[in-house]
Write a protein that binds this ligand. Structure first.
Ligand code: 5GP
Length: 191
């Protein structure tokens, strides 16, 4: 295996900071990037598909896979809701000569960074403020009042981890943030 097989790109941020839009943009620009489909125990949203957006699974199945050491990292991202990166998913992407893109939460990102320090680029996407982030989540319309509050609380905490990552991008303007991300990833893929 040459070094491109081992590369990992992590895009992390508090929920609602715009990391999914930036991730999608990067995947359109760089054909060698491939989205890492996480395992998750939450219910699929209306237009989500199993095996495309997530590998949706029961809590029992998820716990079994933890015991079998099948995860590169996993986290209880929200109360009772588990998310994780399967080692088999990274291997599948590397076997295509592609670079996995992990759109994961801050703690999961820290774990991956620690485990794969050599060939990993981690980008932290920073929302302009917690207030803006709350408005974005509200207008997305996918949250209940309770889950919105949980996401906003978690976001405030996660913002404090900004300096633990290789690079950070302020997403006050999506076009600008996408351009910055493209420049960083271009450099990463070249080396
Ligand atoms: P959502 O429920 O909105 O799809 O995702 C909630 C959060 O879980 C997002 O911040 C997302 O990045 C994170 N997430 C998705 N997959 C993983 C994963 O495999 N591991 C970790 N640690 N977080 C994940």
């Amino acid at each position: 295996m040459n070094s491109i097989h081992q590369k990992i790109l992590i895009i992390t941020a508090p929920s609602g900071a715009g990391k999914t839009s930036i991730t999608k943009h990067l995947m359109n620009v760089f054909p060698q990037l491939e989205f890492s489909i996480s395992a998750a125990t939450r219910q699929p949203r209306e237009n989500e598909k199993d095996g495309v957006d997530y590998h949706f699974m029961s809590l029992d199945d998820f716990m079994h896979r933890i015991q079998q050491k099948e995860f590169a990292e996993w986290e209880m991202v929200y109360e009772g809701k588990y998310y994780g990166t399967l080692k088999s998913e990274l291997k599948r992407i590397w076997s295509h000569d592609h670079v996995p893109v992990l759109d994961i939460d801050v703690k999961g990102a820290l774990h991956i960074q620690r485990q794969y320090p050599e060939n990993t680029l981690s980008i932290f996407v920073q929302p302009p403020s917690v207030e803006v982030l709350k408005n974005r989540l509200e207008s997305r319309g996918t949250e209940t009042e309770q889950s919105l509050a949980a996401r906003v609380n978690k976001a405030s905490y996660e913002l404090s981890f900004k300096d633990h990552f290789d690079k950070s991008i302020l997403n006050d303007d999506l076009d600008k943030a996408c351009k910055e991300a493209v420049a960083l990833v271009d450099e990463f893929l070249k080396n």
